[in-house]
Structure formats: C-alpha cells, structure tokens
Design a protein around this ligand. Structure first.
Ligand SMILES: [Zn+2]
Length: 464
C-alpha cells in the first residue's frame, strides 16, 4: 500500500515535470492555443474574465501594469514580472507607453500588413488593391522585379498611380522596399535623412556616380568623379555602411521576424519586453499569454462528492488534470521570471549598449545559477522573442550567442581596413585581442554578416 502510494506520487511528479517542460518551450502564441485547448476539453478548468495581476492576483481595472508589482523598491536596477499586459508588437515599449492600456492584439503581422498600416492615411481607397498587389510581388529581399508598366496593366491603374504607390512604399519602414535593387533601396533610404546633411549629400553623389566603384572600394576614382577628397568619399562610404541597408526586407527580419520560419514574412509579437524609463530601473515584462485568470473551477470541486460512481472517476480526473495544468503554468512563470532576472543582471550592458557588450554565458552556467537543469533553460529560451529598450525584437537565444561580439569586431575591422584584410589576417588581429578563432570561423562569421571575401573587396590600383 505504502509502495503503491509512493509510486503514484512519483507518477504525479513526473507528469508535472513533463508538462512544465513542454509548456516552457512554447511561445506566447503557442501557449495561448494550448490554454484554449485545455479549456475546451476540461470543464474543471475555468478562465475568469476579471483582469488580475498574474503575480499578486490584485484586481486591475484594465490590462495594464500592476502598480504594486512594477514599482521598484530600493536600489534594484531591474524589475522582472509576469505582466497582465499584452505585447503590442513592433516598438511595443513606446506604443504601450503612449496608449497606456496595451489593448492591441498580439497577433502575428506580415511585412505587407505592417507596411499597409503605415500607408493607409496616404492612400486613396481605390489605391489599396494596387498597394497590396505591389507588396505581395516583393521578393525575399524586398525588391520589386516586375516592371511598373506591367503592374499598371495587371491592376488597371495608370502608370502615374503605380509610380506614386511604389514611391510611398519605398519610403515606409523598412525603407527601400519595392525598389529595383540595392542601389535604389539605398537611395530611397537616403531620402529620409535631412537634405542639408553634408554626409547624406555626398553619399547620394557616391551612389549615383559610382555604385560599382563603391562596391569595390575604389575611393580614388569616386573622389575624382565627384571632385572631392578621398577622405570625404571614405566618410560617405562609412555613412552608407552605418546608416543604410542594401537589402530592406532584411531589416525587418533583423528585428526578430525570421523569414526562415515555416511561415515566411511573419513575425510574432515579443514574448518578453524590456523597457527603461530615464535612468530608472529596467522593467522586464514577461507577457501573459491569455486574458483573465485561469483557475480550477471551485463549483466543480464542490460538486464532486455528489457525482455518482460512473461520473465520479471522470470528474476526479478532470479536477486532477486542471489543477496540474494550473500548477505547471505557475511553474513555467516562475522559471521564466528567475531566468530573466539572471539574464538582465548579467547582460545589462548588452541590453543597453549593443552587440559588442554581450557577456559570454552558456545555458549550463545559467542553469546552475538559478538551480535548474540545463534542459530547462534550453526550453525556456526556445521560441521566445524579446523586445529591447531600443525597439529591436531579437530571439531570446541571442543572449547565448557567443559569436555575436566577435562578429561585431570583425565588422569593425573590415569597416576600418585600408586594404582588404584576409581572413587569416583578421584571425591574427583577433588573436592579439585574446580571441582565438580559426580562419575558417572568421570566414563563416564574415559570411553571416554578408561581407565578401578579401579578394572581392579588393581595392583597384590607381592608374600610374
Ligand atoms: Zn501585482
């Protein structure tokens, strides 16, 4: 008897662990589906319409931050909490502050929809189908291969209308979409810089006069063509490299919307968001995936003794399942909170200052620090997007990408090179910095950053 009890306890503990682990690896969207599925199949589980704080269960009047839980106390430099608010998508931090209640749906959004939303005020209702046609014709990089005359015919629009709509699209965020190629994309992005900026003016000259020469870093030829000093051309090239993006759709992927996922061009609203008030503590919100409050239905529990034999077993199993589900959800929240507390503590500089400041850490180290198994950390990190204070949405896994700061350093070295550095030379500079990586690894990181090998970056010799 004793043994039997022990066995069934162990069974419950195992079920608990397995379910917590599987809940941990879900994104918010997936978790929401899972919760809805459980609700549909289990009458012992109920979702209360009330808006309560997921941390302290205080009632809130709208879906907003719980004043008690989000208040920083003492010297803390971060507050990590499960938030009753929903993610508000792109630039969530700023928008959520603006409208306060964060009622926007956390729905996936495609690049086309994102751009159409920006365009809406500018478009004549009759132009909407044309805009949608153009957006759906973009290739993976965001370029428009189809000739405008062809689009005019296909959509029964005038050429002037097509030109107007394409131009509007190319100046939306991410700028440069619907252009014919990298050069036109860069020029469209330049339109968004103040016209009086000397750097932007020279950059425009460079792009118009010698895109080929720019690509091969032939600054002398460019300087002669434009009648300026080589140093100025070099500055303009640096300006282009720093501020502009030749592949506009990639900027959109870069903010966490991976095109390589099953559903291309779709991004998910962040699962977690870090925001920072001026010089205040960082606020880390782990968004709750469903509205309201999930609990075991107390009436169902009270009714159990009245159930007759046949129903009694089924009801009992519903109750057990409901209470297990609620516990596992709480466990998921606790783990996510502990994980994020540790991450913001160690990666404060990366979060606030950028890629180079990434502190190398492994999932195993983090697991030890928060007292869980490494596989728990792996699942907690999986499939989550996190919005940073600057509005970027990155995969949570990025915090464990040891190559990030090295890649950033390689980009810098190449950006500053006088003559193209070979991968071997880059490896030896890095080794001087105390980073030992093989030439092959340099080549791999370089290609991840979309930088050509040295021989293709070669500067042409100035004619004698
Ligand atoms: Zn609270």
């Amino acid at each position: 008897m004793l043994q039997l009890q022990d066995h069934s306890l162990r069974h419950v503990a195992t079920a608990h662990l397995a379910q917590t682990m599987s809940l941990l690896s879900l994104s918010n969207e997936e978790l929401k589906d899972k919760v809805m599925e459980e609700l549909a199949n289990n009458p012992a589980l109920e979702l209360l319409d009330e808006i309560v704080c997921p941390n302290c269960h205080a009632r809130l009047s709208t879906r907003r931050l719980c004043p008690r839980c989000s208040a920083a106390t003492g010297e803390q430099d971060s507050v990590v909490l499960i938030s009753a608010r929903e993610a508000s998508g792109r630039n969530g931090s700023r928008r959520a502050e603006d409208d306060g209640d964060g009622l926007e749906p956390a729905a996936p959004e495609s690049l086309a929809i994102y751009v159409l939303q920006q365009l809406a005020p500018e478009l004549d209702p009759a132009e909407r189908p044309l805009a949608a046609y153009v957006l759906s014709s973009l290739d993976e990089e965001g370029f428009l291969a189809e000739p405008q005359a062809f689009i005019a015919r296909a959509t029964r629009s005038s050429l002037a209308q097509v030109e107007r709509v394409v131009s509007l699209i190319s100046h939306c965020d991410p700028a440069g979409l619907a252009t014919a190629g990298p050069r036109q994309a860069l020029l469209a992005q330049l339109d968004l810089f103040p016209a009086e900026s000397a750097e932007a003016q020279l950059a425009r000259g460079v792009l118009q006069a010698g895109f080929e020469a720019l690509a091969s870093r032939d600054y002398e030829t460019l300087a002669r063509a434009l009648g300026v000093r080589v140093g100025q051309v070099r500055k303009a090239a640096q300006f282009i490299q720093t501020n502009l993006n030749p592949f506009p759709a990639r900027a959109y992927w870069g903010s966490g919307r991976s095109p390589r996922s099953a559903d291309s061009n779709v991004y998910h609203a962040p699962d977690i968001q870090i925001s920072q008030q001026l010089a205040g503590p960082m606020l880390v919100e782990i968004f709750s995936s469903f509205p309201g409050w999930l609990r075991v239905n107390p009436d169902f529990r009270k009714a159990l003794p009245q159930a007759d034999g046949d129903h009694s077993e089924a009801w009992k199993s519903h109750l057990e399942r409901a209470s297990l589900f609620v516990k596992c959800l709480q466990q998921r929240n606790n783990t996510m909170r502990k994980l994020m507390e540790e991450i913001v503590d160690r990666q404060r500089q990366f979060i606030l200052e950028g890629d180079r400041k990434l502190f190398p850490m492994t999932r195993a180290e983090l697991a030890t620090r928060i007292g869980v198994h490494e596989s728990t950390v792996s699942r907690a990190v999986a499939n989550k997007g996190i919005a940073l204070p600057d509005g970027r949405i990155i995969p949570l896994a990025r915090f464990f990408d040891r190559s990030l700061s090295v890649r950033d350093r390689i980009k810098e070295l190449i950006g500053q090179e006088r003559k193209p550095l070979t991968d071997d030379e880059i490896a030896s500079v890095l080794s001087g910095d105390g980073v030992q990586i093989a030439r092959r690894t340099v080549a791999k990181y370089r290609s991840i950053e979309g930088i050509l090998p040295a021989r293709l970056r070669k500067k042409r010799e100035a004619p004698a």
